[in-house]
Design a protein around this ligand. Structure first.
Ligand SMILES: *Cc1c(COP(=O)(O)O)cnc(C)c1O
Length: 341
């Protein structure tokens, strides 16, 4: 298979239209058989539920070319399960897990020419999503839905090394205690746009959100979970009902315990403790781990001992091990790697 003529190493994180996407429609209480299409356009009624009341949930995962030339995806079963949780919370029909995984396989296979070659640092980002399509004007769940999955090649997250970022403690809340912070819904992002633009205007890369009820505990950023490392090499990650259960974070915790023999604590993390940590990182599919060098709380700076030049040593080890597993250089735990071809 001939790869597309793309400058893989210099790709950014943007949308590039690929050849095929998967579509299935839900009507009269059932999903149709679904399949691939060339048509990148969605045509829906002006009053569609998604347009009026934001009834939409999504996922994000990647396909990689491994060292030995296979194309694989990483734990797509967990994306399917999380999409199910998200759909249920917004009263949407569940797209079955087996069909989700089959759709991933079909989409990646059909766009294999867009899967970046091994060693370029680039990957194929896959975006599954589900939204209400029929007219809804009185507030209620839609009756008809579309499940769609497209993919787009994305460049290496860190060009020329992972430079630690500076984040600020936000005055905005990301999620309410019994709200929707734990599901992957577009609505959580719509309300974060103003907060992230404010952070950027103030010179910060990201927001650290605290728990909305007490504003004393660390939650997450707009799109990534926190990992901290203590001065005695313990990995600490916040536990909360209002953070999104990151698959990367769950995988890194396993890697920390089982591959690196580190102690891991999943617990409430008070903001007051942050100044005592040695390393801080943000984890998610896009970057795996993005190191944080500085956290600013209303002018008060917390400078992580790992500094502003490179990742801290423990976070670097976690990063190297997980990316090694994804790229096929390190033996993966049973069931983590889904071979597409
Ligand atoms: C998607 C997402 C993450 C990261 O989850 P991964 O499964 O690791 O990609 C973290 N926080 C939020 C709010 C997210 O939407």
């Amino acid at each position: 298979m001939e790869k597309k003529n793309i400058d893989w190493a210099n790709l950014g994180f943007g949308y590039i239209q690929t050849d095929k996407r998967y579509v299935s429609n839900y009507k009269n209480g059932a999903w149709d058989e679904g399949g691939l299409t060339d048509d990148a356009t969605v045509v829906i009624n002006e009053c569609a539920g998604v347009l009026q009341y934001a009834q939409t949930v999504f996922e994000g995962l990647k396909a990689y070319t491994t060292e030995d030339g296979h194309i694989v995806t990483f734990r797509p079963d967990l994306n399917a399960e999380r999409l199910e949780q998200s759909a249920k919370r917004l009263e949407m029909p569940v797209f079955p897990k087996e069909r989700f995984i089959d759709a991933v396989t079909q989409v990646v296979k059909a766009n294999a020419a867009y899967v970046p070659p091994y060693g370029t640092g680039a990957t194929l980002y896959i975006r599954p999503y589900l939204f209400g399509t029929n007219p809804v004007i009185g507030v209620k769940p839609a009756d008809e839905y579309q499940f769609r999955m497209f993919c787009t090649p994305v460049g290496p997250y860190f060009k020329g090394g992972a430079k630690p970022i500076t984040i600020c403690v936000s005055d905005f809340d990301r999620a309410a205690p019994h709200g929707t912070g734990h599901i992957k819904a577009g609505l959580n992002y719509a309300m974060s746009m103003h907060a992230i633009m404010e952070a950027h205007r103030n010179g910060f890369d990201e927001n650290m959100y605290l728990d909305a009820a007490t504003r004393t505990k660390v939650e997450e950023t707009g799109g990534a979970n926190f990992l901290f490392v203590t001065k005695d090499n313990k990995v600490v990650t916040p536990r909360s009902n209002s953070i999104l259960p990151s698959i990367t974070r769950r995988s890194l915790i396993y890697v920390a315990r089982e591959y690196l023999g580190l102690e891991v604590e999943e617990r409430e993390v008070f903001f007051d403790e942050v100044k005592d940590f040695a390393e801080c990182g943000l984890c998610g599919t896009a970057a795996v781990i993005s190191p944080v060098g500085k956290i600013v709380d209303h002018g008060k700076e917390i400078c992580m001992p790992s500094g502003m030049e490179k990742m801290g040593p423990v976070i670097q080890k976690l990063y190297d091990t997980l990316t090694g597993i994804q790229m096929g250089r390190i033996q993966a735990p049973e069931g983590w790697i889904h071979v597409v071809e």
